[in-house]
Design a protein around this ligand. Structure first.
Ligand code: GTP
Ligand code: MG
Length: 337
């Protein structure tokens, strides 16, 4: 079996960036406990090796226990605390386990969606499927992490074949590519002719999370972006649990209107989880909004950010899956409190 090592290490670097300061190390191990790749908070090679070496002795006994549970099919994800560290174990396909090592004082819950996403991507690398190594920063509300720490206790948080269904809205100016994103996600197709959506278009899509033994059913409400439909928008926004706010990276005006969209959405659906998307990222030469500007706006709104292309398919699946994971996380948090 050949594993794309370069992709694994790029993925880990993205992961380190996405998790931020709380990350001590992230390690991919095989079922025997052998380290296949690792990244740590230190950029310096010798410090990194020492740190990862130290942690792997810590991981080994836990891994042994987990591997037993994995092979019996009773394990998907778990957290484990030591005096110094908090560890998250995620199954990454049949062959590997993805271990996240956090600072002892860090909150685990806000990191979980990112860890799931990384573990899923790692399993795709192992299967030889194509996957982007980019791991976006998933913003989570700090309240979500208010969960009692259970020291030195393996906690099972796997849901047993649960199903989630939720309403997801797509918002943003006319012709930014909302309908194209939905078509790419649902049908894997792209249409270059523009047909403005009238009012709203509703579609359904099932999304599997095999590692979690969970599936999510999206009901996608693709809103019309053109201003003449603004009047009817409020009704469509009601009861939306998740939303993708889209602008076109080649048209600055669509970026500048994001704040208005954000306010409209929040006033109709205050508890909604949102992500910001800069679409048409394939049109590199025509780009008017930089990645940094997009990230800054997302940070100021407290939402995650990702750049996509409905034309090439870049990051489309991830944008939807990120939101699904945030929903699952909310469910986990609610269940545990
Ligand atoms: P409204 O329904 O009016 O709100 O527009 P919309 O946001 O649904 O836009 P739509 O998906 O219809 O796309 C508008 C135009 O942009 C179409 O011509 C698409 O082919 C094109 N388009 C959408 N996404 C992309 C992309 O990622 N790259 C490129 N190059 N073109 C895109
Ligand atoms: Mg449309």
């Amino acid at each position: 079996m050949t594993v794309d090592r370069e992709k694994l290490s790029a993925l880990l670097k993205w992961y380190r960036q996405a998790v931020g300061d709380d990350l001590i190390a992230a390690i991919i191990v095989d079922r025997e406990g052998l380290i296949m790749d690792a990244v740590s908070s230190s950029e310096e090679k010798s410090v990194e090796e020492e740190l990862v070496g130290g942690i792997s002795t810590l991981v080994e006994p836990v891994l042994e226990r987990i591997t037993k549970e994995f092979s019996s099919g009773s394990f998907g994800t778990g957290t484990f605390d030591t005096d110094e560290y908090r560890l998250i174990f995620c199954e990454a396909g049949d062959l590997a386990v993805f271990v996240t090592v956090l600072d002892g004082l860090a909150m685990v819950d806000p990191v979980l969606p990112t860890a799931y996403l990384a573990a899923e991507k790692i399993s795709r690398v192992f299967d030889g499927r194509s996957v982007s190594p980019v791991i976006p920063k998933i913003m989570t509300d700090k309240e979500g992490g208010k969960i009692e720490r259970e020291l030195n206790k393996l906690k099972k948080i796997k849901s047993k074949g649960d199903e989630y269904a939720f309403k997801l809205i797509l918002a943003g100016d006319g012709a930014v590519g909302k309908t194209s994103m939905v078509h790419r996600f649902v049908e894997g197709k792209f249409e270059s002719n523009y047909k403005a959506t009238i009012g709203v278009s509703i579609m359904k899509k099932e999304c599997e999370f095999p590692g979690l033994d969970t599936s999510v059913r999206f009901v996608l409400w693709d809103l019309a972006g053109q201003t003449q439909f603004r009047r009817v928008r409020k009704t469509y926004l009601k009861n939306a649990e998740a939303g993708i706010v889209v602008y076109d990276v080649t048209r600055k005006a669509t970026f500048e209107n994001i704040k208005d969209w954000y306010e409209d959405i929040k006033s109709s659906a205050p508890a909604i989880s949102l992500i910001l998307v800069g679409n048409k990222n394939d049109l590199v030469d025509q780009k008017e909004v930089s990645h940094e500007e997009g990230q800054q706006l997302a940070d100021s709104l407290g939402v995650s950010y990702i750049e996509t292309s409905a034309k090439t398919g870049e990051n489309i699946e991830d944008a939807f899956r990120m939101l699904a994971l945030e929903q699952i996380k909310k469910y986990f948090s609610a269940e545990k409190v």
